[in-house]
Write a protein that binds this ligand. Structure first.
Ligand code: ADE
Length: 239
């Protein structure tokens, strides 16, 4: 998969995307990530890409033309039309389900806004979807684009090792993950649930399922509402 991030702060994105698992996947050729400077598509001699909003108000708005040129050049360079995502607090909320859907695409172009946003006509003309990473306002789309890059990138073939597998983690099956423990068996007076030391795989799986269901019910009633409990689940929860 190829992910390009169009931003006014390419060094910031480059640094983050070069670390940890995503950085390792890039070096191993499992993921291609490129950060593009929107200013490179300005025709202003000071590389300015923003202007004051029509109708008045605070802040600056990024102009449609440099953004459009940046996206069109990306498609030309790669000889492929990217799936263009604009990151903004007005977008649909990004979820694990959306990450799975995007991980099946070949080429994503994530466009980061700044200041008071971007000219709406750019969104109408070129953007396939607008995504938000949550109900709060960031100073720009960069952190959101990096969140999407991380969540989508790790789902791509060959990025995670078997040991880092995602099939049991939070949100994979609509539930939050059960608690994990490692050595020592007692730490500051706190033990480890007996069942985890028993080596009894079926009991361990049952305990984990119950923990997942209970923690989801308590912390995320909105998710729990959508869980379809099996007969087995009901039996486990009654115990
Ligand atoms: N830009 C500013 N706030 C944002 C958010 N919550 N999600 C995505 N992009 C943003």
């Amino acid at each position: 998969m190829r992910i390009e991030i169009a931003t006014l702060f390419p060094e910031m994105c480059e640094r983050v995307a070069d670390e940890s698992i995503i950085g390792r996947a890039r070096r191993a050729g499992k993921l291609e990530i490129a950060c593009i400077n929107i200013r490179d598509y300005s025709d202003d001699r000071f590389h300015r890409v923003d202007d004051t909003p029509y109708g008045g108000g605070m802040g600056m708005v990024i102009e449609a033309e440099p953004l459009a040129r940046c996206c069109e050049d990306a498609a030309r360079r790669n000889q492929k039309k990217p799936h263009i995502i604009y990151l903004s607090p007005k977008g649909r909320v990004f979820t694990q389900q959306k990450a799975i859907e995007l991980s099946r695409k070949e080429y994503l172009l994530l466009v980061c806004g700044h200041y008071e946003g971007v000219d709406e006509r750019f969104i109408e003309e070129l953007v396939d979807e607008e995504l938000s990473i949550g109900d709060y306002v960031l100073t720009g789309g960069e952190l959101a684009a990096l969140v999407v890059t991380d969540a989508v990138g790790r789902l791509c073939e060959g990025v995670l090792s078997d040991a880092e597998c995602y099939t049991e983690e939070s949100h994979y099956n609509g539930l939050l993950e059960y608690p994990q423990y490692t050595r020592p068996p007692e730490w500051r007076g706190r033990g480890v649930p007996e069942v985890l030391l028993s080596g009894h795989h079926a009991n361990i799986a049952g305990w984990r399922r119950v923990q997942s269901l209970r923690i989801t019910e308590r912390r995320r009633p909105d998710l729990y509402e959508r869980v379809e409990l099996t007969r087995q689940d009901r039996k486990l929860l009654e115990k």
